[in-house]
Design a protein around this ligand. Structure first.
Ligand code: SF4
Length: 384
């Protein structure tokens, strides 16, 4: 089964998709994607701009709003770098174009909400998505059965499903399995210059429980091995250790675990579908012992004993990233249900972050500011 959303979005963006060759103004389209909302990467000289279209929501900050979208814009390689004048001009043109063309989007009737987990086996046209500077990402699946309620991608992924007329299932209750992903990556890797490949940036967990059945992530890795690519895997799934032998065949591979607390009671309250903390740490230790670049993402920072978490992670990681819970009121009920409302207060994250930073610094573990740990497998694949 192929997805209708690609055709719908290709029609919306038709004038931009022609920018696969540089335009008069020098901008060129690097890639586009329609499975986690709509995203585009544009480049001009060495300036990359990532444009992400989310469902319109006036409560959220964004670059601009159209009738249907929040338009979010940033430099994908340096979140802090402000947009230059040329980029702002191009983005303003893009926003006008969206305003003119968004009425072309269908208003599709969606079937009623179902309570069953929906697993679709689909075929796709593209898997290895370029991001610029020889970096790529791969989503072997769309959706994640681990289903953390705080996951940020749910509303965007739902926007893509709405464009396709699929049922409005809650996040965590559906997964599209890209059955032909491995075969496609094998073809794409023949012409794509080698570089760093993120699995998976946000839309799915590459080692969610379904991977044991479908092995799509494994097929993608098999297609990349021996071709000069460097995978960076981020997961909450301990079954990544099934692929240790394969990952070791890459000259430089990184595996990271999201571990937002040391306390498994907290895990059960906030991320009940994810593997227990102890299993994740054990798997991380095995990745590290196998010679892979191992890292941890403490995000979103949840109630914890920060020194204990440092003690659990530090022996097994080369770097760590720390970030807060985003989402405000959307996730407040999770703290209420867990009886941990004090951790939703404004001063909680800065306090934890200070302690975590001090703890990791004392152990000589650097804090990485990028959420995918590109610097770990840097060298020849590093972005400027
Ligand atoms: S494991 Fe990751 S991708 Fe899956 S629901 Fe949780 S945060 Fe989202």
């Amino acid at each position: 089964m192929r997805r209708a959303v690609d055709e719908v979005v290709a029609d919306l963006l038709a004038p931009v998709l022609r920018l696969e060759r540089p335009s008069r103004t020098g901008w060129r389209l690097v890639s586009w994607d329609a499975e986690q909302g709509i995203s585009l990467t544009l480049v001009r000289g060495d300036t990359h701009v990532l444009v992400e279209l989310e469902p319109r929501d006036e409560a959220l900050d964004c670059y601009a709003r159209t009738a249907r979208f929040n338009v979010c814009v940033r430099n994908p390689f340096d979140r802090a770098r402000p947009l230059g004048a040329a980029a702002r001009l191009a983005m303003d043109q893009l926003v006008r174009l969206l305003q003119e063309r968004e009425s072309r989007l269908p208003v599709v009737e969606r079937p009623a909400v179902s309570r069953r987990v929906a697993v679709r086996e689909i075929e796709v046209d593209r898997v290895l998505i370029p991001e610029g500077f020889g970096h790529y990402y791969i989503n072997p699946y769309v959706g994640c059965i681990i289903g953390c309620e705080f996951c940020y991608v749910g509303p965007r992924a739902d926007m893509s499903r709405a464009l396709e007329g699929l049922p409005a299932l809650p996040w965590g209750r559906y997964v599209d399995v890209k059955m032909n992903a491995g075969e496609l990556v094998r073809r794409e890797a023949q012409t794509a210059p080698p570089g760093l490949v993120r699995l998976s940036p946000i839309l799915t967990d590459p080692y969610q429980p379904l991977e044991r059945k479908y092995r799509v992530t494994r097929a993608c890795l098999e297609a990349l091995v021996g071709r000069g690519f460097s995978p960076v895997v981020l997961t909450r799934g301990a079954c990544v250790v099934d692929d240790l032998d394969l990952l070791r065949q890459f000259p430089s591979a990184a595996v990271g675990f999201s571990v937002p607390s040391d306390d498994d009671r907290v895990r059960r309250a906030f991320e009940p579908g994810a593997d227990p903390v102890e299993e994740r740490i054990e798997a991380l230790a095995r990745c590290h012992a196998a010679g892979l670049h191992a890292f941890a993402i403490v995000q979103p920072v949840l109630p914890m004993d920060p020194q204990r978490l440092v003690g659990l992670l530090a022996p097994h990681v080369e770097a760590v990233r720390i970030d807060r819970m985003y989402g405000g009121d959307r996730v407040r009920h999770l703290y209420e249900a867990a009886g941990m409302l004090e951790a939703a207060a404004d001063d909680f994250f800065p306090r934890m972050e200070r302690e975590l930073r001090a703890g990791f610094a004392a152990r000589g573990i650097p804090i990485d500011e990028m959420d995918d740990m590109r610097s770990l497998v840097a060298g020849r694949t590093a972005a400027p």
